[in-house]
Design a protein around this ligand. Structure first.
Ligand SMILES: [Fe+2]
Length: 425
């Protein structure tokens, strides 16, 4: 083949992955999913999801309508042979005219790393499988926020299911129930195939608030249904916590709880960062809902106060990557601090493009700020492969009709390996 033609082909391939493709025709919005009523036996386990719960432990959460269904999980490494049993606890909540089912939370372990377990909830129902994360690099995180429950959500979940990932990270806005509580139940049903098989680690967004002045506090459904390992990480609130997995210290923060200096969350964050041992966890990643670096017109400036309070803490600690949601689009920054590119700052990624019913945020501020390197209003998901203590490969996969198309990718070097931490100390 003519070498000139080959060169042109190579250039066009690089251009396609290096920026938003100009010829991409964005598909139309998709409708909310319908969930046909399928009555189950009252103690039948439903809405099963799992999460990390301290070293070598996982929390299994499920819902039954039977108040007396036991909160036990039987598990083992062979199908149908359960060599261990764990007893958990249960809770429930009421919300105006709605009464939730019984929500069971049972911690199992100690578990072997990188191992397939078979488990059953409440002594009956189907057998589920989960894989524990590896103890060492490499580890892959799937990342998508602002999921909701539309046809696009289903498409995003199908793509995440196709990728080989160990832990799902969700930077807020899960069900879009928005006060209609049974939508939390349908969301639990929708995500069960994925969330029962790999740990789903979530933080909350504005759609989780659901507070009614003088009647209902915020985050009632979220806190009851999506219990995260806050006690295990020394936090006094389910709205912010941290966990270690395979050399990565991950911090989940709350954009809608106090973050000013000397607030409980701020003090907890400061103490948590001070305990990080970079020899054991060379990477630090942080998730919260409202982006600090956002050049979309949507939600412009909403993260400024939290950023003013907490960005210096993250910078001083050498946080590598920050994920946010809220804006229904994708954007990746250069390493940045105080509004300017800084080789020792964090890479900020907005990934609020899981597929919710509100649609995409199309309008961007022009010109594109110097710190913003890639931005596009499409639904999709991300994959973060932490290859070793120094290198991570990030890719963003746009939902192009029903195929996941890798549209942005970058190698990220850890700040630990770049000499930045020595400069900051
Ligand atoms: Fe949001």
């Amino acid at each position: 083949m003519d070498p000139k033609l080959l060169l042109m082909m190579a250039v066009s391939v690089v251009a396609a992955v290096g920026g938003a493709a100009a010829d991409y025709v964005r598909p139309l919005p998709r409708k909310a999913l319908q969930f046909p009523w399928s009555p189950k036996h009252s103690s039948y386990p439903q809405q099963v999801h799992v999460s990390l719960a301290g070293a070598k432990h996982m929390r299994i959460t499920w819902v039954t309508s039977d108040k007396h269904a036991p909160s036990i999980v039987e598990y083992g490494t062979s199908s149908g042979t359960y060599t261990s049993t764990a007893q958990g606890e249960s809770t429930s909540y009421s919300y105006v005219l709605y009464s939730s089912g019984i929500i069971h939370h049972t911690v199992i372990g100690p578990l072997e790393d990188n191992t397939l377990y078979f488990y059953r909830c409440g002594g009956e129902g189907p057998e589920f499988q989960l894989k524990t994360p590896p103890a060492q690099f490499p580890i892959t995180f799937a990342v998508a926020g602002d999921l909701g429950q539309t046809g696009w959500t289903k498409s995003t979940l199908d793509h995440i299911d196709q990728c080989k990932y160990d832990v799902h990270l969700l930077p807020g806005d899960l069900s879009y129930a928005d006060y209609i509580q049974h939508k939390w139940d349908t969301f639990g049903e929708l995500v069960q195939p994925l969330a029962s098989a790999r740990p789903w680690m979530v933080t909350q967004g504005n759609h989780e608030k659901e507070n009614i002045p003088l009647l209902k506090d915020g985050f009632v459904a979220y806190n009851s249904r999506w219990k995260m390992p806050y006690e295990e990480s020394g936090s006094n609130s389910n709205l912010y916590y941290s966990f270690d997995v395979a050399g990565v210290h991950t911090i989940m923060l709350g954009s809608y709880t106090d973050y000013v200096e000397y607030s409980d969350q701020y003090k907890w964050l400061k103490a948590d960062l001070s305990k990080v041992d970079r020899a054991r966890t060379p990477w630090i990643i942080v998730l919260f809902h409202v982006p600090w670096y956002n050049s979309n017109e949507a939600h412009q400036g909403e993260g400024d106060d939290m950023m003013a309070s907490m960005e210096p803490l993250l910078y001083a600690a050498g946080v590598d990557i920050v994920f946010a949601g809220h804006v229904h689009a994708y954007e990746r920054s250069r390493p940045v601090f105080k509004g300017k590119s800084d080789p020792c700052g964090a890479v900020h990624i907005t990934i609020g493009d899981g597929g919710n019913r509100e649609g995409l945020a199309y309008k961007y501020i022009e010109p594109q700020p110097e710190w913003s390197i890639f931005r596009e209003a499409s639904f999709g998901h991300g994959e973060l492969n932490m290859v070793n203590s120094t290198h991570a490969f990030w890719s963003w996969h746009r939902n192009d009709d029903d195929e996941p198309v890798r549209s942005d990718q970058v190698w990220i070097n850890s700040l630990f390996s770049s000499g930045c931490l020595a400069k900051k100390s």
